[in-house]
Ligand binder design. Structure first.
Ligand code: ISE
Length: 323
């Protein structure tokens, strides 16, 4: 994912200059640096964060390093785009928020790029424009081809589902009040997880996460309103008609499926730094906290087998967006 962000920033965001690539593997960092024209290659993130010639840092390291690196970047006066989740624990998300508030800045954004996806944008516009009436339910499918060997069962909830937690909260303009979670008992290492959430406005949101779908990367959604519904479209660029069959291809993973969303998100992030006004779709550290609170409750619901309440604290004024 870091390599893909390096490519986007180097090739698709003219206002950005890719200055440093930092990776635990010097060989990989050097290869990327040469490919995308970064001037410096490092393996020590703190050395990268402290450079005077760096204004902004994109963090795409393993989830449990996100909070510490984000805090270090804030302390070094940098702007941050941190890949989701902001942190696997709400306590670490709160450490980031406390750092921003102590420094009196709001310089952290979180990589919930689906907010910039054209299909989700159309879904939100249909609701905001009153085309389907008031929102009642949202159905979500999130299917990966195969989980990497380091992926755990609860990561379906803590690593994959945060996208649905956030996009549901963003489109509906709500917070969640409860979650139930269950996993199919077919014995596979990462069997599908099914969740049902209730919102502060009385809606129901359900999410299927299947990290071993095998057939393709397939993300679907349907927003159901009082007078209609909006289904998520997926960019299918071609239909193949051969041997008495017609077929369309699935993407192998999220990078091609959400390539436009990543491009728009990263451009909005850099443009917001340049003009001093963050684009309102960019997720903040508070959005990161809200998603992780849901994920923590979801993991507890899965373990306990009973509905878990979700208690979202009042949003500090500094994170409130103008309407
Ligand atoms: C991955 O980290 C992502 O963020 C992808 O968008 C998501 O589809 C995948 O399930 C996650 O593991």
């Amino acid at each position: 994912m870091g390599a893909d962000h390096a490519r986007i920033l180097a090739k698709d965001v003219p206002a950005a200059e890719l200055r440093v690539i930092c990776d635990a593997s010097e060989a990989r960092a050097r290869d990327l640096g040469e490919t995308f024209g970064a001037r410096h290659v490092l393996t020590d993130p703190m050395a990268a964060l402290s450079r005077d010639d760096v204004d902004a840092v994109l963090i795409a390291s393993p989830d449990d390093t996100h909070a510490a690196l984000t805090i270090a970047a804030l302390e070094a006066g940098k702007n941050v785009l941190c890949e989701k989740p902001l942190a696997p624990t709400s306590a670490d998300c709160l450490r980031v928020i406390e750092t921003e508030m102590r420094l009196g800045v709001r310089r952290v954004h979180v990589g919930f790029m689906r907010r910039f996806d054209p299909a989700y944008t159309a879904m939100k516009a249909a609701l905001d424009d009153g085309i389907i009436g008031g929102a009642l339910m949202m159905h979500n499918f999130h299917r990966n081809v195969a989980a990497p060997d380091w992926f755990t069962g609860k990561m379906a909830i803590s690593n994959s589902a945060p996208h649905e937690f956030d996009i549901g909260r963003y489109i509906l303009g709500i917070d969640y009040i409860s979650i139930t979670a269950a996993q199919s008992a077919n014995g596979r290492t990462i069997a599908p997880v099914f969740m049902t959430l209730e919102t502060t406005d009385g809606q129901l949101v359900n999410i299927e996460v299947n990290n071993n779908a095998a057939y393709g990367y397939d993300v679907r959604g349907e927003l159901v309103g009082e007078t209609g519904s909006v289904e998520l479209g997926a960019p299918k660029h071609a239909t193949y008609n051969v041997s008495l069959q017609s077929a369309q291809r699935f993407d192998e993973d999220w990078r091609p499926r959400f390539s436009e969303a990543y491009r728009l998100q990263n451009k909005a992030w850099i443009d917001g730094i340049a003009n001093g006004t963050p684009e309102r779709r960019l997720a903040t550290a508070w959005d990161g906290l809200c998603s992780t609170l849901v994920a923590e409750a979801g993991v507890s619901a899965l373990a306990a087998g009973v509905k878990q309440a979700i208690k979202t604290p009042a949003m500090p004024a500094v994170y409130m967006r103008e309407k």
